[in-house]
Design a protein around this ligand. Structure first.
Ligand SMILES: NC(=O)c1ccc[n+]([C@@H]2O[C@H](COP(=O)([O-])OP(=O)(O)OC[C@H]3O[C@@H](n4cnc5c(N)ncnc54)[C@H](O)[C@@H]3O)[C@@H](O)[C@H]2O)c1
Ligand SMILES: O=C(O)C(=O)C[C@@H](O)[C@H](O)[C@H](O)COP(=O)(O)O
Ligand SMILES: [Zn+2]
Length: 348
């Protein structure tokens, strides 16, 4: 269940009082500790005891070493099966905290309080938890629903612009795969800022939740939420491997451009639609230099995508603006052409 919080967080206090938790752990990173924790603690009723778990910020922390440290701390603090983890942060915190909670003592309860645009509209919803393996994105994880998701849009007030823009990419994705009107409204935004994006958060959350309700375990339609991620994740992984991480939404924006062109090459959408989608995404996102990455390096990662079966690369591609297929296999020639199309945008 998703709740938009009042300014006094009364729904959160009600939830915490209704259920009896043996201990409450609040997972934060250094930035959500500084900017969001004081707001949460200022509104949480005093009789509720808690412990703070803090990790460094960034995708590089979403790994087994961090998970292990958190499992060890929970053990040292004698967290039992009635303990609760509150994930207060962006997608790294909700993915990591959800993973740690869903595996510790075979699963304890957790709630998500997302603090980035990306985690409000996407990562905190749907129960995909996980960590990266070496540089491979989200290779180890669980499907585990949070008990509740509490949204407080005012947290966005301290979010850096690049992070806001990163989350906007997943919102654009929601419009492209499922709701043309959402896409049309988002693309009317000339400057991404909190004021412009906030009115669209609810629609974007609803799109994600609707898809997840139909297919929690990603057997079919949930794969559409992976549009832009097949190529996007490969590029994000390579950047992570180089020690030069990019933001998830920046990778998804790049992936959506390549995959929109790929959908055109595969005769799924018209050239005109592909061009319109690509030009709009380019309005918001600077060109991402992938010239260092060889086709073989990208293809090797595509071959490990989680949607693949029998060593065949399964794409989720647009069939129109507002609709997306899945399990679509493309010719190798078209995949490589979509990458070279992206590289050439630099000179266009
Ligand atoms: N599970 C899912 O369904 C799902 C969906 C999309 C993305 N993801 C994952 O989410 C991650 C990306 O999430 P993200 O973009 O939220 O990144 P993030 O968690 O790294 O947060 C981005 C940055 O903003 C800081 N921050 C967070 N809230 C803030 C605030 N209110 N004020 C100031 N700074 C703040 C963080 O400390 C961090 O430095 C990736 O690992 C991606 O794979 C998961
Ligand atoms: O919730 C989903 O399903 C998604 O695919 C949403 C994506 O935006 C998100 O990045 C997700 O973590 C990708 O999952 P993965 O299974 O490709 O790792
Ligand atoms: Zn994503």
């Amino acid at each position: 269940m998703i709740t938009i919080l009042n300014d006094n967080f009364s729904q959160l206090n009600d939830f915490l009082h209704r259920k009896t938790f043996s201990k409450i752990f609040i997972l934060v990173d250094e930035n959500t500790h500084e900017y969001c924790l004081p707001v949460l603690l200022g509104n949480m009723e005093r009789d509720l005891g808690f412990e703070i778990l803090e990790i460094e910020a960034g995708e590089e922390m979403k790994n087994i070493q961090t998970a292990n440290q958190l499992w060890e701390i929970l053990t040292e603090m004698q967290a039992d099966r009635k303990a609760l983890i509150i994930n207060l942060g962006g997608g790294v915190i909700t993915d990591m905290g959800g993973f740690v909670a869903s595996t510790y003592k075979r699963g304890i309860q957790f709630i998500n309080i997302p603090t980035t645009l990306l985690s409000m509209c996407d990562a905190s919803i749907g129960g995909k938890t996980g960590i990266d393996l070496i540089h491979y994105k989200n290779m180890v994880g669980t499907f585990a629903f949070p008990e509740q998701i509490f949204i407080y849009p005012k947290f966005l007030g301290t979010l850096p612009f690049k992070e806001l823009r990163s989350g906007f990419a997943e919102m654009l994705k929601h419009g492209l795969i499922a709701d043309k009107a959402h896409w049309n409204q988002l693309t009317q935004i000339s400057k991404i800022d909190v004021e412009a994006v906030t009115p669209h958060i609810q629609t974007s959350m609803d799109i994600k939740q609707n898809v997840v309700e139909k297919d929690f375990h990603e057997s079919n339609i949930r794969k559409t939420l992976n549009f832009g991620h097949t190529i996007g994740h490969a590029v994000e992984s390579l950047c992570l491997q180089q020690g030069n991480p990019i933001l998830h939404g920046e990778a998804v924006a790049m992936g959506m451009i390549s995959e929109a062109h790929l959908a055109y090459l595969e005769n799924l959408i018209s050239e005109e639609d592909a061009k319109m989608i690509i030009e709009n995404i380019q309005r918001y996102y600077p060109y991402l230099d992938i010239s260092d990455f060889k086709d073989e390096d990208i293809t090797a990662l595509l071959l490990n995508d989680k949607k693949n079966v029998d060593s065949k690369i399964n794409f989720s591609l647009l069939t129109e603006i507002g609709a997306c297929n899945y399990d679509h296999q493309c010719s190798q020639k078209n995949i490589l052409e979509s990458l070279s199309f992206y590289r050439n945008l630099n000179n266009a």
